[in-house]
Ligand binder design. Structure first.
Ligand code: AMP
Ligand code: TRP
Length: 332
């Protein structure tokens, strides 16, 4: 039996990359699998957060999940800090994780930057908490964007280390599920940089809360190069901005990159951008309206999270109990 687990951090500015790289794919998965979708608020704390904003952003990610089409009856939706097993299992797994494995993580290097000595222990241990998130439910498949692949490999290594250490086949080795289309949405201001929540320019991303007018404006202002659109995939390779906009179009329209290249070969950017803006406004605008409606009712959102936490905990608690037993921790 497949069990899916994935999560998004409530760090604000949820964007098109989060939608196309992650959330949208989850909507498909819920039809066939047992799915758990988390708002990973403990992960958000690995960088400084304003407490009031964190609360609002947690509700916002919840609203985005539901607005995008994740059914809170069918799936479990909850925020990480409401199930204590995440932090507990992270400690236990941390005791089995060599520092050498963590030192390879590129995301830590990126986020800590030049100030390695000032970076928090939480930021360093982040991938261990992520492994705990997944293993606490014995999840078998983890749909994420490409940037999370290395963390997934670490989760597999940690699961394997646990199983070997205690001579059991306890944790399944979780498989990454990286979906074909648009696993990496790039910045609208720089086609070589990932679209990111933390970019200081709001013009770099399409936020999931942007309305049609904002979407059109940002696409109109998106960086391009001076040539007409490429006629072949080969020609697109050296043109990151063209590749990104065409890739976004393909993902939103649900067609292949090759088809989009063929359709817009030789067009000028301004005409293509008008088409892209219409399409993006149609798909994302609808989600933004639904998110707004949901966020106006925090009581409903909190109810979804509370029920989700109960259901998640019912799966997590027995797994954690078995881990305590295997490790020899006494539960008198
Ligand atoms: P985060 O924003 O780091 O909480 O990421 C949440 C999910 O969105 C993860 O599955 C990421 O892989 C995915 N994601 C984030 N940014 C992008 C991007 N620019 N393109 C594609 N997927 C992304
Ligand atoms: N690290 C992921 C990200 O930034 C979020 C995350 C935390 C996650 N725990 C997870 C994703 C478990 C999948 C499974 O995108």
């Amino acid at each position: 039996m497949k069990r899916i687990f994935s999560g998004v951090q409530p760090t604000g500015n949820l964007h098109l990359g989060n939608y196309l790289g992650a959330i949208r794919n989850w909507v498909q998965l819920q039809k066939d699998f047992d799915c758990i979708f988390c708002i990973v608020d403990l992960h958000a704390l690995t960088l400084p957060q304003d407490p009031k904003e964190l609360t609002g952003q947690t509700r916002e990610v919840t609203a985005a999940y539901i607005a995008a089409g994740i059914d809170p009856e069918r799936c479990i939706i909850f925020n990480q800090s409401t199930v204590p097993g995440h932090a507990e299992l992270a400690w236990l797994l941390g005791c089995l994780t060599p520092l050498g494995w963590l030192n390879r993580m590129t995301q830590f290097k990126e986020k800590a930057g030049k100030h390695r000595e000032e970076a928090g222990l939480g930021l360093y241990a982040y991938p261990v908490l992520m492994a705990a998130d997944i293993l606490l439910y014995k999840a078998t498949h983890v749909p994420v964007g490409e940037d999370q692949k290395q963390h997934l490999e670490l989760a597999r290594d940690i699961a394997g280390a646990f199983n070997r250490r205690f001579g059991v086949e306890f944790f399944p080795l979780p498989e990454p599920q990286i979906f074909g289309a648009c696993t990496r949405v790039m910045s609208l201001r720089d086609g070589t940089k990932k679209m990111s929540k933390s970019d200081t320019s709001d013009y770099s991303r399409l936020n999931m809360t942007d309305d049609a007018a904002a979407i059109a404006l940002k696409i109109r202002k998106a960086k391009t190069d001076p040539q007409p659109l490429p006629a072949t995939e080969k020609e697109a390779e050296a043109r990151p901005e063209a590749t990104n906009l065409l890739g976004i179009y393909a993902a939103l329209a649900g067609v292949s990159f090759a088809e989009v290249i063929q359709r817009f070969a030789g067009w000028n950017f301004s005409d293509f951008k008008a088409e892209l803006a219409d399409l993006a406004a149609d798909v994302c605008g609808r989600i933004a309206v639904e998110m707004k409606r949901l966020m106006a009712d925090p009581g409903y959102i909190d109810g979804v999270l509370k029920r989700g936490a109960e259901r998640a905990n019912a799966i997590a608690a027995p797994v954690l109990r078995d881990v305590f037993d295997l490790m020899g921790l006494l539960r008198p």
